[in-house]
Write a protein that binds this ligand. Structure first.
Ligand code: PEP
Ligand code: MN
Length: 344
């Protein structure tokens, strides 16, 4: 599929700013739409909340001058109406909106029957069902031009990102809705401009359909999200990489066949071994019950983790990866054993 880039400032700040953005972006490869927030959802009150209607007027005028189209976030039915009034036919639902089915429904009513493309950002929390639900609500009112935007998830610990990427949630959305294109928003994932190029490289390797990225003529003095916006030169470098990669090889590679066969048989073997491991957990639960021993045994669990992590290290396996798997298996074993107890 053709790659697509949506780029532009976090917020529309002035006619001159939007004009400069359009002048620089109009010929960027893969660029289809310019973004600029007109109503800004701010986490804390008292911050700049967007310019509203005047910005839409500038977008319309500048859009006509350069032959480019703009998009912005809508969070209320009135926003949709105003966008339509000023010829904005692509809008996005922000992460806070996707989180609320009531808000999504209200916007659906305003959008229904109009020729509008809707971009749906992931919800703030890593709940793929809310994301799917928002897309389904839009589909139910007849919107067919739909695209998902992965902007990361708000977690208490984000591992250095503003919003944890949790790529697996986006990949799950794609598995459930393979026909919905998905763009990566590296700006809101990163929260820092230096991480944006590496995140776009990951998105490319995960076969995303494109990007929504924040770019500003003077990033450091942007009115909102100044730390994460990139300059025009950085955007151009990223866009050229995406443009070249449109020609990615998609034909099946016969030389992958034997390697994939081996992976398939390893996966089957692992599942058989896991099934046997759970059978043993049932037997262990019986013995513990008879001998009045609790299901959870701290000493044994510490020994297991230490032994397996030492082996993993010798085998060259990543420690966190190994620990995650073991914790998951142990949690399942505890669940199985508790289940045995409940049967009594
Ligand atoms: C934005 O794109 O500027 C924005 C506020 O996005 P999000 O809903 O992802 O926070
Ligand atoms: Mn922003």
């Amino acid at each position: 599929m053709k790659k697509r880039i949506i780029a532009g400032p976090c917020s529309a700040e002035s006619y001159e700013q939007l004009h400069e953005v359009a002048r620089h972006l109009k010929d960027v490869p893969c660029l289809t739409t310019i973004r600029a927030g007109v109503w800004k959802p701010r986490t804390r009150p008292g911050c700049f909340e967007g310019l509203g209607e005047p910005a839409l007027r500038w977008m319309q005028e500048i859009g006509r001058e350069f032959g480019v189209s703009f998009c912005c976030e809508v969070a209320r039915p009135e926003h949709v109406e105003m966008c339509l009034q000023y010829g904005i036919h692509t809008v996005w639902l922000g992460a806070r909106t996707t989180t609320s089915p009531f808000m999504v429904d209200e916007i659906c009513s305003a959008i229904s029957g109009n020729n509008i493309e809707v971009l749906v950002k992931n919800p703030i929390c890593p709940d793929v069902r809310l994301w799917l639900g928002a897309i389904e609500r839009l589909q139910h009112v007849g919107i067919t031009a739909l695209t998902a935007i992965h902007r990361g998830f708000s977690m208490y610990h984000n591992n250095g990102y503003r919003n944890a990427p949790l790529w697996e949630v986006a990949l799950e959305l794609r598995r459930e809705m393979p026909d919905i294109p998905i763009l990566c928003d590296p700006s809101h994932i990163a929260g820092r401009r230096d991480l944006v190029p590496i995140l776009t490289a990951t998105a490319l390797q995960l076969d995303y359909d494109g990007l929504m990225v924040e770019v500003h003529p003077h990033p450091a003095s942007a009115w909102t999200d100044a730390e994460q916006q990139i300059d025009f030169t950085t955007l151009l470098t990223i866009a050229e990489t995406w443009n070249i990669n449109e020609k990615q090889n998609t034909t099946p590679l016969p030389e992958l066949g034997p390697l994939r066969d081996e992976i398939d048989s390893i996966d089957h073997g692992m599942l058989r071994m896991l099934a046997r491991r759970m059978e043993l957990s049932h037997q262990i639960a019986d013995i513990k019950r008879q001998k009045n021993m609790t299901v959870y045994q701290q000493g044994r669990w510490t020994d297991v983790i230490e032994d397996r992590l030492a082996l993993a290290q010798k085998l060259g396996l990543d420690t966190k990866f190994t620990k995650d798997i073991l914790e998951r298996i142990h949690a399942e074993s505890v669940r199985v054993q508790l289940g045995e107890l409940k049967k009594q």
